[in-house]
Design a protein around this ligand. Structure first.
Ligand SMILES: Cc1cc2nc3c(=O)[nH]c(=O)nc-3n(C[C@H](O)[C@H](O)[C@H](O)COP(=O)(O)O)c2cc1C
Length: 230
C-alpha cells in the first residue's frame, strides 16, 4: 500500500515520497476512524482524542505546507478542515454522547507560509458544532523544525485558540510547577493543562501537586500511608 499523504511531498530529503490520497482513500480512512472509536468504546475508554497535530495525517491536511491539493480537500480553510470534519461527524455518530471528544492540533507550523494560531482557530470555528468538547493545543511536527522550547512556550497559542473559538483548551509545553499551572487555569488562560516530560521524570507529580495546592486527591489504596497529611 505504501505511504499516503494529502500531497506527494516528502517530510525531508531522506524521507520517502508519499502517494497523494484519492477520495476513496479518504473515505476509507474516515471509516477506519469510526471503527477505532467503536473499539475504544467497547474497550471502556472514557474519552477520545482525535490527533490532528504533529504532522500526522489529519494535521498534514490542515497545513498548507503539506496539503497542496487542488480538489475540495485542499486550498481554503473550509477545504483543508473537511477531512477532520468528516472524521468528527463519523466518530461522534458512534461515540456515546456523554463521553467527550478532544481534538489535538498544532497551532503553529514554524515554517514560512505555514499555519499559525489564528489559522487553526478559523478552521476549528468551521467544525466546532460537530461535537468538539476541548482542544489540546500543541505545535510543530509538520516540517523538520524544532522550536525553542521554554516553560509555557505553547501557552499563548492555547490562549489564542480559546479566545478565538470559545472552546475549552488544554495547554502544555515544559510545564512542571503546580502553582504556576494552577494560576494559568485560575486566570482563565487555559481550562486544562497537559504534562509530558515532567511526568516521565516524576510519575507522582499529581500526588505532589495535590499536596502543594492543598487539594484532597484520592491516593491509590496501597499508597495511602505515604500521604503525610493523613
Ligand atoms: C517520550 C515522548 C513521547 C511522546 N509521544 C507523543 C505521542 O505519541 N503523541 C503525542 O501527541 N505527543 C507525544 N509527545 C509529546 C507530548 O505529548 C507533549 O506534547 C510534549 O512532550 C510537550 O509537553 P512537555 O513539555 O510537558 O513534555 C511525546 C513526548 C515525549 C517526551
Amino acid at each position: 500500500m505504501g505511504i499516503e499523504a494529502p500531497s506527494a511531498i516528502p517530510y525531508d530529503e531522506k524521507s520517502k515520497i508519499p502517494r497523494e490520497m484519492t477520495k476513496e482513500d479518504i473515505e476509507e480512512t474516515v471509516n477506519e476512524f469510526k471503527n477505532a472509536a467503536i473499539r475504544a468504546d467497547k474497550a471502556g475508554f472514557d474519552m477520545i482524542q482525535i490527533h490532528a497535530a504533529h504532522g500526522y495525517l489529519l494535521s498534514e491536511f490542515l497545513s498548507p505546507l503539506t496539503n497542496q491539493r487542488q480538489d475540495e480537500y485542499g486550498g481554503s480553510y473550509e477545504n483543508r478542515v473537511r477531512f477532520l470534519g468528516e472524521v468528527l461527524d463519523t466518530v461522534r455518530a458512534v461515540w456515546p454522547q456523554e463521553k467527550p471528544i478532544e481534538v489535538r492540533v498544532s497551532a503553529e507550523d514554524y515554517g514560512e507560509g505555514g499555519n499559525q494560531p489564528a489559522d487553526l482557530a478559523a478552521m476549528l470555528n468551521l467544525i466546532k458544532d460537530k461535537g468538539i468538547d476541548s482542544v489540546n493545543v500543541s505545535t510543530g511536527g509538520v516540517i523538520p523544525v524544532m522550536p525553542k522550547a521554554f516553560p509555557g512556550y505553547q501557552l499563548p497559542h492555547a490562549e489564542m485558540i480559546k479566545r478565538l473559538t470559545g472552546l475549552p483548551v488544554a495547554a502544555g509545553g515544559l510545564l512542571s510547577d503546580p502553582t504556576e499551572v494552577n494560576t494559568f487555569i485560575e486566570q482563565g488562560k487555559a481550562d486544562q493543562v497537559y504534562l509530558g516530560r515532567e511526568l516521565l521524570r516524576n510519575p507522582y507529580w499529581a500526588l505532589h501537586a495535590s499536596r502543594t495546592l492543598n487539594v484532597d486527591l484520592e491516593w491509590p489504596e496501597p499508597y495511602k500511608r505515604a500521604d503525610r497529611r493523613k
